[in-house]
Design a protein around this ligand. Structure first.
Ligand SMILES: *Cc1c(COP(=O)(O)O)cnc(C)c1O
Length: 386
């Protein structure tokens, strides 16, 4: 393994952490280990601790080291999906009677997991606008929460939360502070350095980066919490398969380059949409008019690739979503290709009618790394047809 404790630049860590060449053959790219079981040198004589594919796999270990190195954390754990990672963390920490304080604008599936899977097992849920620290403080003074869970930038409204401020409030109230860093990725934002306890990822998005592998991750500093989450990973079994882990590792090597281009293209798209007469409102933290702009400029090293826009009415938003050509109408985000999403009926259909419901006039764009002129021409043509 590469020594990730050495102070190295982010891009260097992305390429090298967990990626030492194969000691037996010298292969520069470590092999993908498909074996489900490992020969023992006498009963219990494990080589490098590997015993069985659910408890550990060298390809998964390589990804876990890479993830920890990128987030500046002590430990990484990789899962079959982002929600599997969330579930492992939540069940490691919570017991019946505990409560989670959830950001009002988070991934719909996170809300669904808490409200409909963990709720019936006795876990409480309160929702608050995390970008308003006063509201968080008021909620915590009402009664304690075991976990504060935030996404920043949030999905799909792109609200920005002050992670350092939230971590202080949470820790004063004895809560664990969890940041879903999927939208920013570690290339643009490092929540652990800002005081968060745990970083969650859907690696399906920017980390994998090519819309070809579903996965999730936890990055944790505290040794005891890591052991608990690792136990759940082993005992419940929602691990990454070897090929999934390898594809994610390969994607991660170009993360910094991709995030730079995603951010540049998204900025240009946001500026184009802001100036367009048929667009009522644009949400992008890179716009100086965005209420979280200053905070995002301090807390992030780029504004990311997601832009949301409100049209004049729901019908226009639906028509726009269905009429771009380069921006393909699809769920998910974070791949090299541009995607268009109508959250109300697609990604956020599961929170329709709840306190997490999103505006019906809203479209969400995952701006890819294509030529930006082509992206803008596509939007321009689609808006002209409205
Ligand atoms: C997609 C997503 C998830 C869920 O991850 P899966 O890999 O789809 O299970 C969680 N949080 C955010 C912000 C996401 O975009």
């Amino acid at each position: 393994m590469t020594d990730t404790t050495e102070p190295r630049g982010f891009e260097t860590r992305a390429v090298h952490a967990g990626q030492a060449f194969d000691a037996t053959t010298g292969a520069v790219i470590p092999p993908v280990h498909f074996s489900t079981t490992y020969a023992q040198d006498g009963i219990g004589g494990l080589r490098e601790g590997y015993e069985y594919g659910r408890s550990g796999n060298p390809t998964r270990t390589a990804l876990e080291s890479q993830l920890a190195a990128l987030e500046g954390g002590a430990h990484g754990l990789s899962f079959a999906s982002g929600l599997a990672a969330e579930d492992a963390l939540l069940r490691s920490v919570l017991k019946p009677g505990d409560e989670v304080l959830l950001g009002s604008d988070v991934y719909g599936g996170t809300y669904r997991l808490l409200a409909r899977v963990l709720g019936p097992w006795g876990v409480g849920l309160r929702v608050v606008d995390m970008s308003d620290l006063g509201a968080v403080e008021a909620a915590l003074s009402e009664r304690p929460s075991r976990i504060l869970w935030v996404e920043t930038p949030s999905n799909p409204m792109l609200h920005i939360t002050d992670i350092a401020g939230l971590a202080r409030l949470g820790h004063d109230a004895g809560a664990l502070v969890v940041v879903d860093n999927t939208f920013a990725s570690p290339a643009l934002q490092q929540p652990l350095a800002l005081g968060a306890d745990v970083v969650v990822h859907s690696t399906t998005k920017y980390l994998g980066g090519h819309s070809d592998v579903v996965g999730g991750a936890l990055i944790i500093n505290d040794g005891a919490l890591y052991e608990q989450a690792k136990f759940h990973q082993f005992a419940v079994g929602a691990v990454s398969g070897p090929l999934d882990a390898w594809l994610t590792t390969r994607g991660i090597k170009t993360l910094a380059l991709r995030m730079q281009r995603h951010s540049e293209n998204a900025q240009a798209v946001a500026e184009f949409l802001s100036a367009h007469s048929k667009v009522a409102r644009v949400h992008y933290p890179g716009l100086p008019t965005h209420p979280g702009h200053e905070l995002a400029a301090r807390q992030m090293s780029g504004f990311g690739g997601i832009v949301s826009a409100e049209l004049e009415d729901a019908a226009s938003a639906r028509r726009l979503a269905e009429s771009t050509k380069l921006f393909q109408l699809a769920e998910s985000l974070g791949g090299v290709e541009s995607l268009m999403n109508y959250p109300d009926a697609m990604t956020h259909a599961s929170v329709r009618g709840t306190e997490l419901a999103v505006p019906e006039e809203l479209v969400r764009l995952s701006v890819g790394i294509e030529s930006v002129d082509d992206l803008i021409a596509d939007l321009d043509a689609a808006l002209a047809r409205l």
